[in-house]
Ligand binder design. Structure first.
Ligand code: 5AD
Length: 373
């Protein structure tokens, strides 16, 4: 085996060099690095990404306050705990004054970017959302408003933009239409998702996209396609986290699944179960690859990563992430925004836990940047 190890680590080195020189690796080169299990080679990848991040951002980690404004959703994504068909969720929608209250508390702690995330409300909510964006912008003119509210109409996105929202997060989840259709019900389509992303970019939003890693039926080939898509799309923000099953969804037992039998060959059409294909490690590799591809991007160490690993923030940052998004939602609704089982929402994952986060990041040589949009 030593030869193989030398080979794979050579391949990782080559990919790092290519990305550092702004050259464009091909699908096979990405694939080999995603499949590489050699610890030393993977460490090299993380180190190179960390260096790229520090070169661009120093040791400062950007902090965004996340307000989960509603868990009401018109969609029915198979992986998501707040999908419409889940009758076990207590639904809530925060009022404008509750949301402004969250922002006020966040502002007092030094937050200068508010991310309003929620399920997909009906189109009729667009006006309220726009009103909310204006209200936040007028009370906190030095703050940025980012939205993560799913697929909306062109008019909706435009209204929010005019009301002062400047950033939008919308993961594409997978670039493969067949894989997309295995994760979403028939009414949803990859083409609409991609169209939304194009509209957002055209309207001048700072746009974020990304994927879940280890979602059911996902293959290495899918992830390579996601990378190639993102290389073309050039998102300014990139959200990547491990898929974590939710007990009340059709994918409740996904982690235990052996292999999905789908036509098209083993490697290209199966969900290789953990731990051979560890969603946490794959997430960290991808963070590093994206950091090398996009040295200027905002890449969070996501809540899902912090749920997957107790030290997920630290691991994400050491792999090249530069953002953490603590939860500013009222504690009374946090458990109802349950996208997946065990979702972290307290401690270092929350606004109350900012001191804990600060100390933990200091331990690995980083500091949190507050008072910056
Ligand atoms: N595991 C991990 N991430 C999930 N998301 C939704 N459900 C899950 C899950 N079960 C992610 C999706 C979505 C984001 C808001 O949360 O990628 O875009």
């Amino acid at each position: 085996m030593p030869n193989r190890i030398i080979n794979t680590s050579g391949k990782v080195r080559n990919l790092i060099l290519k990305l550092q020189r702004n050259e464009i690796p091909d699908a096979q080169e990405y694939r080999e690095v995603l499949l590489c299990h050699d610890r030393n080679a993977v460490s090299l990848l993380h180190e190179a990404a960390r260096e790229a991040s520090v070169r661009r951002f120093g040791n400062g980690i950007h902090i965004r306050g996340l307000v989960e404004i509603t868990n009401i959703c018109r969609n029915d994504c198979f992986y998501c705990g707040i999908r419409r068909s889940n009758g076990r969720v207590t639904r809530y929608r925060l009022t404008r004054s509750e949301i402004l209250g969250c922002c006020r508390r966040g502002y007092a702690s030094g937050f200068r970017t508010f991310v309003l995330q929620g399920g997909e409300l009906p189109d009729s909510a667009d006006r309220d959302i726009a009103g909310l964006c204006s209200a936040i912008r007028s009370e906190f003119p030095d703050c940025a408003v980012a939205l993560s509210l799913g697929e909306r109409s062109e008019e909706g996105y435009r209204m929010f933009r005019e009301a002062g929202a400047t950033r939008y997060l919308l993961r594409h989840e997978t670039r493969d239409p067949v894989h997309y259709s295995r994760l979403h019900p028939p009414g949803m389509s990859l083409s609409n998702r991609l169209h939304c992303l194009d509209m957002l970019k055209d309207m001048g939003y700072m746009t974020g996209t990304g994927i879940m890693v280890g979602s059911p039926y996902q293959s290495i080939g899918n992830i390579v396609d996601d990378i190639l898509y993102m290389a073309r799309f050039r998102p300014e923000m990139i959200g990547i986290g491990p898929f974590i099953p939710h007990r009340d969804t059709p994918f409740a037992g996904a982690r235990r699944a052996k292999a999905y039998s789908v036509a098209g060959g083993v490697e290209d059409a199966c969900h290789v179960p953990l731990p051979e294909w560890d969603a946490g490690e794959m997430t960290l590799k991808l963070i590093s690859i994206f950091r090398l591809m996009f040295p200027d991007a905002f890449i969070p160490a996501t809540t899902a990563l912090a749920t997957f690993y107790p030290d997920g923030h630290e691991r994400g940052i050491l792999a090249g992430a530069n953002v953490v998004m603590p939860n500013l939602s009222p504690p009374s609704v946090r458990d109802d925004y349950s996208l997946y089982d065990g979702k972290a929402a307290y401690g270092a994952e929350s606004a109350e836990g900012l001191d804990e986060l600060r100390i933990r990041l200091e331990d690995i040589g980083y500091r949190i940047l507050l008072s910056e949009a």
